[in-house]
Design a binder for this molecule. Sequence first.
Ligand code: SF4
Ligand code: SF4
Length: 460
Amino acid sequence: MNESTDDLAGGLYAARQKVYSREVAGRFQSLRTCAVWALLGLYYVLPWVRWEGRQAVLFDLPARKFHVFALTLWPQDFYLLMWLLVIAAMSLFFFTALAGRLWCGYACPQTVWTEVFIWMERWVEGSRSQQMKLAKAPWTTDKILRLGAKQILWIGFALWTGFTFVGYFTPVTELADKLASLATGPWETFWVLFYGGATYMNAGLMREQVCKYMCPYARIQSAMVDRDTLIITYDERRGEPRGARRKGSDPRARGLGDCVDCTLCVQVCPTGIDIRQGLQNECIGCAACIDACDDVMGKVGYPRGLIRYDTQSGLEGAPRRVLRPRTAVLGAVLLLLMGGFLYAITHRNVVAVDVLRDRNALYRERGAGLIENVYNVKILNKDAAPHEFVITASGLAGIAIDYGAAAIAVGPGEVRSVPVRIRVPRAELRGGADIRVVIRSRDTQALEASGKARFLAPTN
Ligand code: SF4
Ligand code: SF4
């Protein structure tokens, strides 16, 4: 490799410099800490919550049922899941148009788990400067013990995360018992290790690289913001020229702006960027630099907000229009989608019926000039209560139905298959015709579902 190629390779493949972010306190950091506790608390606690004798939230894939407290979703309700995804996407558009990367800064799993891994690192290795010193220090017993303790904490937490993830798909108490006796199945073991390993890699080792190089949202979010979107930004007109000064001195008299060039905003940044260089793709909108700078401004006696949430228009002195047609339209669509979802979920039909023809016989000729077809009627009761169903058939004159009982009892979350004979006078038929099979609950008339079937008969 010649010299110029060496230069090129060095430029393109620069080794990653680990970001040692400084601890910060302030109103936005408090908000982020609350978000971490709320979101991770929910994630780790939810599988252990019980509801009417079963796990409250369980995605039971073998039984094809998703339990969410009183609600049980079946494959027929898959459209609700799609609907939920559309709501999630629309929320992302709306909040990004409103205030940039709110999702990344406060609620993204990558941010939330990374925050916890950083907390653990600080407990074991100390502050930013202590961590940097330890990284450069020779290998001593203290260094080995500290780094070892950090790895034990990280790996333990990652495995607990993987275990919790699998606990959403396998009853978590059973999974805990199996784990205690080292009897987990191959798939359970794989997913605990896979999800735990992914957590360890993403939040422990890769951190800001996931946001910079892997996250697709980071690539597209710039298309969703405009000059009226609230973003975290440095007020260059107020801050520059930056420079150190004695406390109490008049910066303007020395030709200085308000930035004292303390670099604290850079030191607290989890992605290691300098917000003073303008809007950057790497900024995840965590607002740590706002807290750091506000603290500095308070100490030197300047107004807060040198780094703040502001719009590009606002920074240039133009009126701020955070609520504008784009946000109003996105907000209205989001509200409509959410309202529609709530309606659909509270008014969805909790019974379903499937009518399948008996494939062994096309039709049978019975006495008294009747033609008989046999069907298998599957009744699905998605409700939390048992119901008794009456089956009727319609669509042809003189149609009669026989299923050997006055009503069919179906328990909550149960599917019952009922052999059903339907007879029609031959005089009413030539070839075949469509009929309708209806199931209706005896206790609550509102529970009703119907299915179409083909009734076959001789053509002559
Ligand atoms: S924290 Fe504020 S004052 Fe300090 S360097 Fe950053 S912008 Fe300047
Ligand atoms: S520049 Fe500020 S808001 Fe952006 S990632 Fe860094 S600390 Fe967070």
